[in-house]
Design a protein around this ligand. Sequence first.
Ligand code: THU
Length: 383
Amino acid sequence: MISGILFDMDGVLIDSEAYIAQAAVSFFADLGVKVKEEDFQPFVGAGEDRYIGGVAEKYGLPLDLVQAKDAVYRKYRQLVLGKVGPMPGVSRFIANARNAGMRMAVASSADRTKVEINLKAIGASPDWFDIVLSGSQVKRKKPFPDIYQFAALSLGLSCEDCLVVEDAVNGVQAAKAAGCFCCGVTGTFDAETLARAGADVVVTSLDAFSDFSTRDELNSQLADFASSATGTTVYGAVRIRGRESRFSDGFLLAQAKEAAKKARENAYAPYSGFKVGAAVVSAATGRIYCGCNVENSSFGATICAERNAILNAIAEEGAIGVDLLVVVSDDAPPAPPCAQCLQVLAEFSRAETEIHLVDLAGRDDVYRFDEMLPHPFIFPSVR
Ligand code: THU
């Protein structure tokens, strides 16, 4: 249950990215160096040391960062104070959250000076936030999770009970690394980029939330956003972030066949003498995970190649979606996965997951997953 809200500041509460970029470009221009606003993009959300220092490095310019930031902030103050207000929906969302008894914090990677200019610019009243954290309060900046962990701790909450509102890739990564629920706000980055970075839901502004007066109401809005979030695909019992992907990478298929053949060579099959190799491919990770059959003196304890492969995949990545399975055996026709393996694979596979049954001479019989197992059992509560 979300009980706390941790706000990033720039690009979430105040539309400042263009102004800090303008101030920084003007600062570099004063030194006779012509930089572009795009030069700052990789450093957005990582704090001003990286924001200014990163671009200075790119242009080979030695800088005293303290003096440089001072000069940039002076320009920034003039650009925003009295001219830039809160972003759409911010004041209403915060008022709703206050009424609902949410605890709230600002957790910005920016320096204190900039945070204070911003709070003044958006007219934040002292009761808006229980705590305001700036970049200097943690050693490791976003994308490290530290500032969000510190903010949650300061509110007396665990990270999983906190909603982070973020506009930048670095910030979304920090929020997810901390274990928070993350709402991305588009503007600095587009929805797809934020979702790929790990945002659980993405909105165009806080105006996307309707009025709420209890925690339950906010939580149910978040659940609705999450369930209708685009960019996730259902694989059996798991949802995988990423657009719907039909697997069609010929190069990866060839590699997966090679990998499965190689895994087959390691099969431990002294009882049956029947060696099997398998390779599972996930479109989301673009990686191949292998397995071979491993028999046992107690025959029933034997594990098949296909289950070995999917278990290896999960050990490496957590729950993945299977887009392709290759099974290599020396049989005619090449052996299909057994029913037990199909049921295990069904947990992570789609109806259209490709299954290639391959023999040592290169015969390749292609099936869809639902041809092999048309009616998998998926536990009702996760369907
Ligand atoms: N085997 C597999 O590895 N995959 C299958 O789909 C069918 C059977 C293995 C298990 C055992 O080691 C041997 O083949 C004979 O059943």
